[in-house]
Design a protein around this ligand. Structure first.
Ligand SMILES: NC(=O)c1ccc[n+]([C@@H]2O[C@H](COP(=O)([O-])OP(=O)(O)OC[C@H]3O[C@@H](n4cnc5c(N)ncnc54)[C@H](O)[C@@H]3O)[C@@H](O)[C@H]2O)c1
Length: 344
C-alpha cells in the first residue's frame, strides 16, 4: 500500500484525490494547504485522516511514502526538494518548475536522496496518444517532416484573478508554460532533441505578466520542423487543442478536449490495431482528461520495479527545456510587458 501525502488542495488536487481513491494499492493519508480550510475540506470530502496547514508536519510523518505536489508551478522545486530531503518519493504536477536550473536542483536532490521523481504529464497515457506512439515507434511515419500543435482556448480574466500566482513569471508563466504545457511536451516527445527555436509571444488582452498568446517554430535535430500556436483569447470558447504529425508515410491528428480523439489516421501500411482508433478515442468532460489514474498506476508499478516510469524527472525536464527555449527565443522579450501589450 502506497501512502500519499498531497500538498496544494486547489483545482487539480481533485483529480489526484479521485485517482488515488480508485486504486486498490494506494491511499491518501494526509493533505496540506497553506489555506487551512482547503486542507480540512479536502480531508472531509475524500476521507483523508490527517490534514495540516504546515508542510513540515506532513514531511515528518513516517508513514507517508510519497508526496504529490499540486501547488503553484514555481513552488514545485522547493516542495519537491523538501520531500526528497525527508526521504519521500515525489510526484510533481506539470510543469516541474518555472526555471530549468530549479528543476535540475530538484532532480539532483532526489537522486542524492535515493527517491524517485515523477512529473505528471498524464496525456502521454491517453489511449489515443499511446496508439500514435506505438505507430511512431514502429517507424510507420517514415521520416517525420512536420509536427504542429494548436491550442486555441479561452481563459477569461476571472480565471487569472482566481489566484495571485496565475500569469506571473515567478510562479506560473503564460499560455505556453501553463495551459499549453501538455502540447509543448507532446511536440517534443515526437520531435526529439531540439536544434533551434524561434518565437513571438504577447500579452494582448489579459491583465497578467506573462503571455496570453504566442507562436513558436522549432527545428528538431533530425531536420523536422515544428510549430506551436497558442492563445487563451479564443472567442467564445475553446475551439481546438490538437497535434498533427506529418511524415513520409503517415499523417495523424489528435484533438478533442485533452488529446483524446484521433481525427486523422493515415498510413501507407496496415496493422490490426488500425481498427482500434475509434475505441482509443475517449471523451473526457474537462481539459484535464482522465489521465491521472493511469499516471498513479504507472507510479506505483515503477516503485514496485514492474515498469519504467512514464515521465520521470529527466523526461519532464525535456519539455521544460523546450518551454525555456520558447521564452528565450521571443524577439520581443527585451521590451517590458506594457509595451508588448500596446504594441501594434
Ligand atoms: N496535469 C494537468 O493537467 C494540470 C491541470 C491543472 C493544473 N495543473 C498544475 O497543478 C498546479 C496547481 O494548479 P491548480 O489549478 O490546482 O492551482 P490552485 O491555485 O487551484 O491550487 C493551488 C493550491 O496550492 C495552495 N498553496 C499555495 N502555496 C502553498 C504552500 N506554500 N503550501 C501549501 N499549499 C500552498 C493554494 O492555497 C491552493 O489551494 C499547477 O502547477 C498547474 O500547472 C496541472
Amino acid at each position: 500500500m502506497l501512502n500519499v501525502g498531497l500538498i496544494g488542495c486547489g483545482r487539480i488536487s481533485k483529480n489526484h484525490f479521485e485517482a488515488i481513491a480508485g486504486l486498490p494499492d494506494a491511499r491518501c493519508l494526509a493533505c496540506c494547504d497553506i489555506i487551512p480550510e482547503r486542507a480540512r475540506e479536502a480531508a472531509e470530502k475524500y476521507q483523508i485522516s490527517r490534514w495540516t496547514a504546515k508542510y513540515e508536519d506532513m514531511l515528518r510523518d513516517p508513514e507517508i511514502d510519497l508526496i504529490s505536489i499540486c501547488t503553484p508551478s514555481g513552488l514545485h522545486p522547493q516542495h519537491g526538494i523538501q520531500a526528497a530531503q525527508h526521504g519521500k518519493h515525489v510526484i510533481s504536477e506539470k510543469p516541474m518548475a518555472c526555471r530549468i536550473n530549479e528543476a535540475d536542483q530538484m532532480i539532483q536532490v532526489c537522486e542524492e536522496a535515493g527517491v524517485r521523481l515523477f512529473v505528471v504529464l498524464q496525456n502521454r497515457l491517453n489511449p489515443s496518444i499511446q496508439l500514435v506512439r506505438r505507430a511512431f515507434e514502429e517507424g510507420r511515419f517514415g521520416r517525420v517532416y512536420m509536427i504542429t500543435s494548436n491550442v486555441f482556448w479561452t481563459r477569461p480574466q476571472d480565471y487569472y484573478d482566481m489566484a495571485p500566482w496565475r500569469g506571473t513569471w515567478e510562479l506560473d508563466g503564460g499560455a505556453f508554460m501553463n495551459q499549453a504545457a501538455h502540447y509543448v511536451d507532446m511536440v517534443q516527445w515526437f520531435g526529439g532533441p531540439i536544434a533551434e527555436v524561434k518565437s513571438i509571444t504577447g500579452t494582448l488582452a489579459r491583465n497578467i505578466e506573462a503571455e496570453d498568446t504566442g507562436s513558436a517554430i522549432i527545428r528538431f535535430q533530425n531536420g523536422a520542423i515544428g510549430s506551436i500556436n497558442v492563445t487563451m483569447l479564443t472567442y467564445p470558447q475553446n475551439i481546438e487543442g490538437s497535434i498533427t504529425i506529418l511524415g513520409e508515410k503517415g499523417s495523424v491528428r489528435v484533438g478533442g478536449a485533452s488529446l483524446n480523439r484521433i481525427e486523422q489516421w493515415n498510413f501507407a501500411d496496415q496493422k490490426d490495431y488500425d481498427e482500434d482508433i475509434d475505441k482509443a478515442s475517449t471523451n473526457p468532460s474537462s481539459v484535464y482528461g482522465f489521465g491521472h489514474s493511469g499516471y498513479y498506476r504507472n507510479v506505483i508499478d515503477t516503485l514496485d520495479s514492474r515498469v519504467r516510469p512514464s515521465t520521470g524527472g529527466l523526461e519532464g525536464r525535456k519539455s521544460l527545456y523546450l518551454l525555456e527555449q520558447i521564452y528565450r527565443g521571443q524577439e520581443l522579450q527585451r521590451y517590458p510587458a506594457n509595451v508588448l501589450r500596446f504594441a501594434k
